[in-house]
Design a binder for this molecule. Structure first.
Ligand code: SAM
Ligand code: DTB
Ligand code: SF4
Length: 327
């Protein structure tokens, strides 16, 4: 099975349109070939700088442009962040992602403090990821030196639909930041949100863009929109679990080695729906009481799901799935 970077929209459309069980069967073959189907990586989010963001992302609780329940908070203290990370490790997380409601990183005491947090959490023996907005080359190098494993920067949707969701930066800015991360040899985490009013075509365009990157992103989070009161997307109707499953299956087929993360919106999914997502190729979740600002699936419910499905938690630093021989 060869890893391709030249898929076409037509190929993705054909996959997406196939009968659901055929699609899952196909993606499950790819999944079993490249990953251990019984293993799920547990990640945990820590919102180290919450709220007050100058950007206008229409889905986000943390944009200062909208009246949401989230107000600007000071940055979390080092000790508190380390203690949260330790708690996550105890619960089986092997990746911790530090999030900041910033448009971009600035060279500052706060950035230096984040570098220290990265060193402190890496010393716990787990993967550290950051999501801090746009960065420059020298900042990416500093993050790498501090031991950063991955950087999350989502493309969110298709280039065309992006303009209707965010006006304060462009899709090209996003791609540019992904190039900067890659150049610094930091693993790329980039995915999107489903259910913002985009068409299937937009979803497939997003997956196509990700699949045409060479190398493929190491990690692709698939979020279902959490409707945040006060944001322009507060009334956006929920998309069904079936749509999540289909998108995950297509993502698995076009991104065979990538970690596909079933991210925001899991709290509203049944154990059965999540099981189909795992069968279709998702192999990671965010666990813990909260995502960045919204409630996440309760920990005891996740423990029960792991027991029912017989899932194991994936160790840290397993690269490229079980067959790393294919380019
Ligand atoms: N400020 C940084 C940035 O925009 O890259 C990092 C934090 S931002 C909150 C991280 C990602 O969370 C976004 O790119 C988006 O994909 C996801 N996200 C934010 N709000 C969401 C929501 N209401 N529902 C689903 N996903 C959401
Ligand atoms: C990602 O794609 N999803 C996570 C993580 N990367 C940073 C964040 C989800 C945020 C959900 C909304 C909130 O908590 O405010
Ligand atoms: Fe700011 Fe990130 Fe939220 Fe956009 S998604 S408003 S950049 S925190």
């Amino acid at each position: 099975m060869i890893i391709r970077h030249d898929k076409t929209l037509e190929e993705l459309q054909e996959l997406y349109a196939s009968p659901l069980l055929e699609l899952i069967a196909k993606s499950n073959i790819v999944h079993n070939r490249f990953h251990d189907p019984g293993e799920i990586q547990v990640c945990s989010l820590i919102s180290i700088k919450t709220g007050g963001c100058p950007e206008d992302c229409k889905y986000c609780a943390q944009s200062s442009r909208y009246q949401t329940s989230i107000s600007a908070q000071p940055m979390m203290q080092y000790e508190e962040v380390i203690s949260e990370a330790k708690k996550a490790v105890e619960r089986g997380a092997t990746r911790v992602c530090l999030g900041a409601a910033w448009r971009e990183v600035r060279d500052s005491k706060q950035f230096d403090e984040i570098l220290r947090m990265i060193k402190g959490i890496t010393a716990l023996g787990i993967e550290v990821c950051c999501t801090l907005g746009m960065i420059k080359d020298h900042q990416a190098e500093k993050l790498k030196e501090a031991g950063l494993y991955a950087y999350n920067h989502n493309l969110d949707t298709s280039e065309n639909f992006y303009k209707t969701i965010i006006t304060t930066r462009t899709f090209k800015d996003r791609l540019n930041t992904l190039d900067i991360i890659e150049k610094a040899n930091i693993s790329v985490c980039s995915g999107g949100i489903l259910g913002m009013g985009e068409t299937i075509h937009d979803r497939l365009e997003l997956l196509l863009t990700l699949s045409r990157r060479n190398p493929h992103p190491e990690s692709v989070p698939i979020n279902r929109l959490t409707q945040i009161p006060g944001t322009p997307l507060e009334e956006q109707p929920h998309i069904s679990g079936w749509e999540m499953i289909r998108a995950i299956a297509v993502a698995r087929i076009v991104l065979p080695k990538t970690m596909i993360r079933l991210s925001a919106g899991r709290i509203e999914m049944t154990c059965e729906e999540q099981a189909l997502c795992f069968l279709a190729g998702a192999n990671s979740i965010f666990a813990g009481e909260k995502l960045l600002t919204v409630a996440n699936t309760p920990i005891d419910r996740d423990d029960r799901m792991f027991r029912i499905l017989g899932l194991r938690k994936r160790p840290a630093f397993v690269k490229g799935g079980k067959y790393d021989l294919v380019s």
